[in-house]
Each structure stands twice: as C-alpha cells, then as structure tokens.
Design a protein around this ligand. Structure first.
Ligand SMILES: [Zn+2]
Length: 183
C-alpha cells in the first residue's frame, strides 16, 4: 500500500490527557472519526496524516516538513507519568526523575528538558499556591516565573501597588504575535 511497510503504532497519553498516535518517530493528534480514524502530525503546520482502522495503518498521506524525533513518544509518556507521581506520592523528585530517565532510550534522553525543568514539573502539582484574590496578593517567586522549558515567563512587572501591572509571556510568544494595522 505504501513504501514503508511498518504499519504498527502505539497510542500514548500526552500531559494534557489526550491520546496521541506514535509511529516511526512521529506523534499524531487524533483528527477525525469515521470508520477509519485520521491522525495529523503533532508538529504545527505539518501536513502528514495517518489513517488507521483498529490497530492498523491503512494509509499515509502528506510529507513531514521536519525530521523524525525518535524518543519523543517516550518523553511524552515519561512527563505524564512524572506529573502523576508528583501529584499522588511524596517521593523524592531526584530519585523519581533519575529512575525514569534511566529507562529511556538514548534518542529520548537527548530530547528531555533540563533537570531543573523536570523537577519543577514533578513538584508543581503539589506546591501550586492558592489563587490570589487581588493583584496585590499575587506572589511572584522565581519558580512560578518560568515555563516548563525554563524560559522566563514574567514579561513585565510594574512593582507592587494598587495599580500593579504584571504581564506573563515569553519573549518568543510576544515576537510571534501578529502585527495588525488598522485604518
Ligand atoms: Zn510531521
């Protein structure tokens, strides 16, 4: 049916709880339900699709616009599992993270976020402070100002006061905002 005859795939759970199809180094998001299921590549803008019926791939369409990332499925599973352990147990994050990393393939290890970011993912489940009821109560501590990939997430802070202004965004996020012109 197609050149690559490997039709096996695995379903993995993302950290958001959605299922992704893992095949040949690519992850796919579920797209459409019919008799067959259609999955699109999880890389934004990539046109590659997989059609599956039951446990088998019956068709592949589109070309990937990027190289394969073998191990990305393993990292997705590991991060999901780690968050769960952080939420449900009191185990030591260093031990948990170390154990989990030791089970990964070399290609998965190369895709891991850094240790500090992993530790924060593991812990964040427990240490999230209660939501502040006013702007003045909002605590800005170093750990909450970083994204999971350890980028700075506090874009602007005017200082504490009744007219306090806080902007959360990464520099990269701001740069990709579309520039709209009116008039
Ligand atoms: Zn792709």
């Amino acid at each position: 049916m197609f050149a690559n005859s490997d039709t096996s795939f695995q379903i993995v759970k993302s950290s958001k709880g959605t299922n992704k199809l893992s095949h040949d180094g690519y992850l796919y998001i579920f797209n459409r339900e019919a008799i067959k299921k259609e999955w699109r590549c999880d890389v934004r803008g990539c046109k590659a699709r997989i059609h599956s019926v039951d446990e088998t791939i019956i068709k592949k369409s589109g070309e990937h616009s990027h190289p394969q990332e073998y191990g990305k499925d393993e990292v997705t599973v590991m991060v999901d599992l780690m968050r769960k352990r952080g939420r449900e147990t009191n185990d030591n994050p260093h031990v948990t993270i170390g154990e989990m990393i030791s089970l990964l393939s070399e290609s998965a290890k190369s895709l891991l976020p850094n240790q500090q970011a992993l530790k924060m993912m593991h812990q964040r489940q427990r240490i999230a402070p209660p939501n502040p009821v006013s702007l003045e109560e909002l605590q800005l501590d170093a750990e909450n100002n970083k994204t999971f990939s350890n980028r700075n997430f506090l874009f602007y802070h005017s200082g504490i006061g009744p007219n306090r202004i806080v902007i959360f965004a990464t520099k990269e996020n701001i740069e990709i905002l579309p520039c709209q012109r009116y008039g």
